[in-house]
Design a protein around this ligand. Structure first.
Ligand code: SF4
Length: 503
């Protein structure tokens, strides 16, 4: 280990602001508690590692000394914080890692688009390159997020565009051409980290004299141009390379979705496919239905994709989900039962409807809302699932199980009292009832009502009932050691105020 930092990263103001509005910022409050972040144009993260704590301290102090001399000078460092130790450092890197996804959480129709997102120039040229890059984007009047690896000269930039707007799509070509000129001017590359893909049209410009050699290799191993045709190199100059504005984009597809459906199901529309929901960590709350099945259609991304396709197919048939939902509100439920029963019968006879595939995916969702909190774009599956089911059950009959489960909230408080409890528990133990529930309503292992009731037990433990007036009476010290428990089972609906006797 030497005196030099192990890594230096930069995070621009836009990404920083998004991070501050995300749950992840709470884990960083210790690191940034002394800083006023209003108007901060960005932060640089400088990491040191060393073999001994003394060496580490010396390196960090050297940087601090340098920052102290720059503090207050125009255009220089406005402040700094130190994250010390593995645990604190990991939290900062977790925020940095989430930065790409956070960019996708921009509001409005213009969303960050990755097309000049991994330029790389020699690190000593990076500052000037960034200034010129920003000038290009500012001339186009675009907002953009920026972060990158300063030590490697790699910059991640995602300008915000509405790819449904044909005029804004033209911006992709203009910006790319200018950025290609800039990276060549600063001795860098257009693709510092990611694949060349549809940017392969620039291969000859960057490989220069080596490009014919690449074509030679391509001819030797892929003479019929079958492997990734149009990418990196083609077998001869007559075969075109892929170009950024000559391939279909997701915007082309999104443009075919009716605007009314787009807004009605907007919780699904903005999924940018970042894949944060494909999470394998058993200690992470993100999507239990994906973890349990490992099937993409049971992930938030899969569900959002299915909804997008569903509204697109409806659009092809000349309708949109907003109009359908309004029509649903105007319907008389009883009269509408017969056409729904008929369609349900046809469904059981095997009549295909794409909405059944969407339904299968939605039926596996537990509505736990982990996606809403943890997805960087805040894709809200329970919200668009509810809107879908509202329309789906306007077309097909609801399963009896839904009515049964829906009524439990009202039935259970009554059933918890004697003699109803005895009747209820006896029925739930009877084999014919179990069989009926399983085969008629699809319910198994229905729980019995326990003979314990919460209210008498809480009274016995000296727990007080919470009420707005009682909570207002609490002193600050009492509030710190009090917990309000929402109790709603067994007929003891209400809220209990609990205080640990030892405190
Ligand atoms: S609400 Fe549904 S889609 Fe979202 S995380 Fe939970 S199970 Fe997955």
């Amino acid at each position: 280990m030497g005196e030099r930092p192990s890594s230096i990263e930069t995070i621009g103001s836009r990404v920083l602001a998004l991070a501050q509005n995300d749950l992840i910022w709470h884990s960083l409050s210790q690191c940034f508690q002394n800083d006023d972040h209003d108007g901060v144009a960005g932060i640089n993260l400088v990491e040191y590692t060393a073999d001994t704590e003394a060496e580490l301290t010396e390196n960090v102090n050297r940087l601090i000394g340098r920052l102290d001399t720059l503090a207050g000078l125009p255009g220089e460092c406005t402040g700094y914080s130190i994250a010390w130790g593995n645990q604190e450092v990991e939290k900062v890197w977790a925020m940095r890692k989430k930065a790409v996804g956070l960019l996708g959480n921009t509001q409005g129709e213009a969303r960050p688009v990755a097309f000049v997102e991994d330029t790389a120039v020699p690190p000593e040229n990076l500052a000037d390159f960034i200034m010129d890059f920003r000038a290009v984007l500012d001339r186009e009047g675009l907002s953009y997020g920026m972060f990158g690896h300063v030590d490697a000269g790699v910059l991640h930039v995602r300008p915000a565009l509405d790819m449904k707007d044909p005029e804004q799509i033209k911006t992709v070509r203009r910006i790319t051409d200018e950025v290609v000129g800039l990276v060549q001017q600063y001795g860098g590359l257009l693709w510092g980290e990611h694949g060349k893909g549809v940017r392969s049209e620039f291969s000859p410009a960057f490989f220069g004299d080596l490009y014919p050699e690449l074509q030679e290799i391509k001819r030797a191993f892929d003479p019929y141009n079958q492997l990734n045709p149009g990418k990196i190199a083609t077998t001869n100059d007559q075969q075109p390379l892929l170009a950024i504005d000559a391939v279909p984009t997701r915007g082309d597809h999104d443009r075919t979705i009716p605007v009314a459906s787009w807004h009605y199901q907007s919780d699904a529309m903005y999924c940018n496919g970042n894949g944060a929901c494909f999470n394998y960590d058993p200690n992470d709350a993100m999507c239990p239905s994906w973890k349990g099945t490992r099937e993409r259609k049971h992930s938030p991304k899969g569900r959002a994709s299915l909804i997008r396709e569903w509204v697109r197919v409806l659009g092809e048939k000349g309708t949109n989900t907003q109009d359908l939902a309004q029509a649903e509100h105007r319907r008389l439920p009883f009269l509408h039962w017969f056409p729904r029963a008929w369609k349900t019968l046809r469904q059981r006879q095997g009549q295909y409807d794409f909405s059944h595939e969407v339904y299968d995916s939605m039926a596996g969702c537990l509505a736990c809302k982990s996606c809403t909190g943890q997805c960087p774009v805040k894709v809200d599956v329970p919200e668009f699932r509810a809107r879908f089911l509202h329309l789906y059950y306007g077309r097909y009959l609801r399963p009896p199980k839904d009515y049964f489960v829906g009524s439990l909230e009202f039935i259970i408080p009554l059933m918890s009292r004697q003699p109803f409890r005895w009747v209820y528990n006896s029925l739930m133990s009877a084999s014919p009832v179990k069989w009926l529930l399983e085969h008629g309503a699809g319910m198994v292992d229905s729980p019995h009502i326990h003979h314990h009731r919460l209210a008498p037990r809480l009274d016995k433990l000296g727990v007080q009932w919470a009420s707005p007036s009682r909570l207002l009476e609490l002193t600050q010290a009492e509030r710190r050691r009090s917990v309000v428990i929402a109790a709603g089972a067994g007929g003891d609906s209400g809220q209990a105020l609990w205080r640990h006797p030892a405190l």
